[in-house]
Design a protein around this ligand. Structure first.
Ligand code: F6P
Length: 391
């Protein structure tokens, strides 16, 4: 097939160099690509689906198959066709029309055998279904976990392309993941609202936000929303320092304080708090409770009435911001262009102002954590915000 769309539009002609490590599949023979969304949902997933479908159809004339519920859909063969009409207007809609799952890892999939649940590698089922469904290339949209599975499939010979998303913004190879900007805007808006009620009632208000391993949402929303205390997983905190800071504010006439705490933050010498501990099933466990624990201790130590709000899944829902719509759309279009150039086992990334393509294996090697001594933390501290560091 010539790189010319069914719609008659001329294909974008790019002459990028073949990337190191790329496994070649003759792009001229591609007829159908598939897309799945894996891991926790986030704003911008539908925008990326729309961009992939439009670029695949308009630029290259490919068919697009949507895989339902992440890798589960590939294991069970649950799919739907995606046409340009199916994705009309999707850029504004939160969630994912394909469904997602952050539970079914095909490399360690729970199956029932003799009445017991055991964990098996079911990637062979995926390879069979990919053949049956005549999928030439698979696009996996997701975070760390989804990318690692995509890379394992690539190692087994599946031509894959990754697109990074997560509200946590913790993927090393890309400056930003889409979903993050929307989540951090939601958290900032919540802080703005908590501010007025905290001030009126002379209370301390603690906002617990998401962030298992990294504190990007807490730190940036805290700076934007005028927090007094920001607690992140990268800097184990000292509760005495937090209480000292809040009491000092009171002494100098500020009778209220705002605290933002990432769900994965923990005190020095202590551990993360779980609502549901990680189990033997290999699932990561459900973090939660640090906001309430911090509020209890602050209230007792300072004598100021202290309340907690847990933002939870509000951060993952709703309409994507303009920034996330644009980033998701650029990722989608460039992922399709890279496929047309025969680049597989790669993930699109934002580096500076450009969308580039990097090997998935390299891209997921290291989580992008907040640097405890970096510029952003120093910016917060310059404003008088404490991160609860022990002196
Ligand atoms: O990885 C994204 C994320 O939102 C984390 O910040 C959070 O800990 C997790 O997902 C929550 O997942 P679930 O909705 O499955 O509890």
């Amino acid at each position: 097939m010539t790189p010319k769309g069914k719609s008659g539009m001329k294909a974008k002609k790019t002459a990028k160099k073949n990337l190191p490590g790329a496994r070649m599949v003759d792009p001229k023979k591609i007829e159908r690509i598939a897309i799945l969304t894996g891991g926790g949902d986030c704003p911008g997933l539908n925008a990326v689906i729309r961009a992939v479908v439009r670029a695949a159809v308009n630029l290259y004339g490919w068919d697009v198959t949507g895989i339902l519920d992440g890798y589960d859909g590939l294991i069970g063969g649950h799919v739907r066709k995606l046409t340009s009409k199916d994705v009309r207007g999707l850029q504004v809609r939160g969630g994912t029309i394909l469904g997602t799952s952050n539970r079914g890892n095909p490399l360690r999939y729970p199956v029932e055998e003799n009445g017991c649940i055991v964990f098996r590698d079911v990637t062979d089922k995926i390879l069979t279904n990919i053949r049956k469904l005549k999928i030439d290339v698979l696009i996996a949209v997701g975070g760390d976990g989804t990318m690692k599975i995509a890379d394992a499939l690539f190692e087994k010979g599946v031509p894959v392309m990754g697109i990074p998303k997560t509200i946590d913004n913790d993927l090393g190879a890309t400056d930003v993941t889409f979903g993050y900007n929307s989540a951090v805007s939601t958290a900032t808006e919540a802080l703005d609202k908590l501010h007025t009620t905290a001030e009126s009632h002379h209370r301390v208000l603690v906002l617990e936000v998401m962030g298992r391993e990294c504190g990007w949402i807490a730190l940036e929303s805290g700076i934007a929303g005028g927090a007094d205390v920001i607690l992140i997983p990268e800097i184990p905190f000292d509760m005495n320092e937090v209480c000292r800071h809040i009491s000092q504010r009171k002494k100098t006439g500020s009778r209220f304080s705002i605290v933002v705490v990432a769900e994965g933050a923990f005190p020095g010498g202590g551990r993360k708090m779980y609502e549901k501990e990680p189990g033997p099933d290999g699932l990561p466990g459900r973090l939660g409770g640090i906001g309430h624990r911090a509020a209890e201790q602050i209230g007792m130590c300072t004598g100021i009435e202290t309340r907690t709000a847990v933002l939870g899944h509000l951060q993952r829902g709703g309409t994507p911001t303009t920034y996330d719509r644009i980033l998701a759309t650029r990722f989608g279009v460039e992922a399709v262009n890279h496929i047309a150039e025969g680049h597989f086992g790669h993930m699109v990334c934002l580096q500076g102002r450009s969308i580039v393509c990097r090997r998935i294996k390299q891209a997921v090697k290291k989580l992008k954590l907040v640097d405890p001594d970096g510029q952003l933390v120093r910016t917060a501290e310059a404003l008088g915000i404490t991160l609860g560091r022990r002196d």
